[in-house]
Design a protein around this ligand. Structure first.
Ligand SMILES: O=P(O)(O)OC[C@H]1O[C@H](OP(=O)(O)OP(=O)(O)O)[C@H](O)[C@@H]1O
Ligand SMILES: O=c1cc[nH]c(=O)[nH]1
Ligand SMILES: [Mg+2]
Length: 208
């Protein structure tokens, strides 16, 4: 699918299996999220623009590279926080902003309750992060809000997607590539991803 990268890697498949397993305890769930966050970041940053500069090795001067844009990581609270440690361990000087969106449990519509973004969204290379892309309502809403605040170079980083959520983002935000570890079957009557992993925020924070 154009604009969608579904990572196909044996180690990712293993971490995903740990995350999906309802018997996985909080500590192991957190570890797997952290490790997979790093792999997602590796792929999400594979088009990060670079600029050249001179590096003096002990032997001679050679060409070095540094990002031509600042990297911003914007988790959608709460569950988006679960991937942040893994992402910033790969990109330690990324700036982290926050957007709070929860999905109303009855209507499934997104509700925005908080935001705090670093200055300079216009020029940043921005990763919007949420492990679950279900109906796509929360993700689409967060992307619209970020664009209204100036962001214009955005990637959506997610662990597990439903086809419904992918279609929603592709339709509402055709300029935003999606990086994911899995595209699952569909949504159930409660708009949960099938087979999914259940409620990512509750499992990561131990609030089940
Ligand atoms: O694609 P959607 O249908 O909008 O569903 C996905 C959203 O649901 C979950 O958040 P939730 O509302 O459970 O909030 P939480 O992160 O605080 O647990 C998840 O982390 C996404 O943000
Ligand atoms: O499957 C789902 C859908 C929305 N939010 C989750 O945490 N899991
Ligand atoms: Mg939740």
């Amino acid at each position: 699918m154009e604009n969608v990268l579904e990572i196909d890697h044996p180690v990712v498949k293993r971490y995903l299996s740990v995350l999906r397993d309802k018997n996985t305890e909080t500590a192991a769930f957190r570890r797997a999220m952290g490790n997979i966050g790093t792999i997602l970041a590796y792929h999400a940053l594979d088009h990060l623009p670079l600029k050249e500069y001179d590096v003096d090795t002990p032997i001679k001067t050679t060409t070095g590279f540094k990002p031509a844009a600042e990297v911003f990581v914007i988790p959608i609270l709460r569950a988006g926080l679960s991937l942040v440690d893994g992402i910033i361990s790969f990109m330690p000087d990324a700036k982290v902003g926050h957007i709070g969106v929860y999905r109303d449990e009855e209507t499934h519509e997104p509700v925005n309750y908080y935001h705090n973004f670093p200055g300079g969204l216009e020029d940043a290379y921005t990763l919007v992060v949420d492990p679950m892309l279900a109906t796509g309502g929360s993700g689409s809403h967060a992307l619209k809000f970020l664009k209204e605040n100036g962001a214009n170079n955005i990637r959506f980083v997610t662990l597990i997607c439903a086809p419904e959520g992918i279609n929603r983002i592709l339709e509402d935000h055709p300029d935003v590539p999606i990086i994911t570890a899995a595209i699952d079957e569909n949504l159930n009557d409660n708009a949960f991803i099938v087979p999914g992993l259940g409620d990512a925020g509750d499992r990561y924070f131990g609030t089940l």
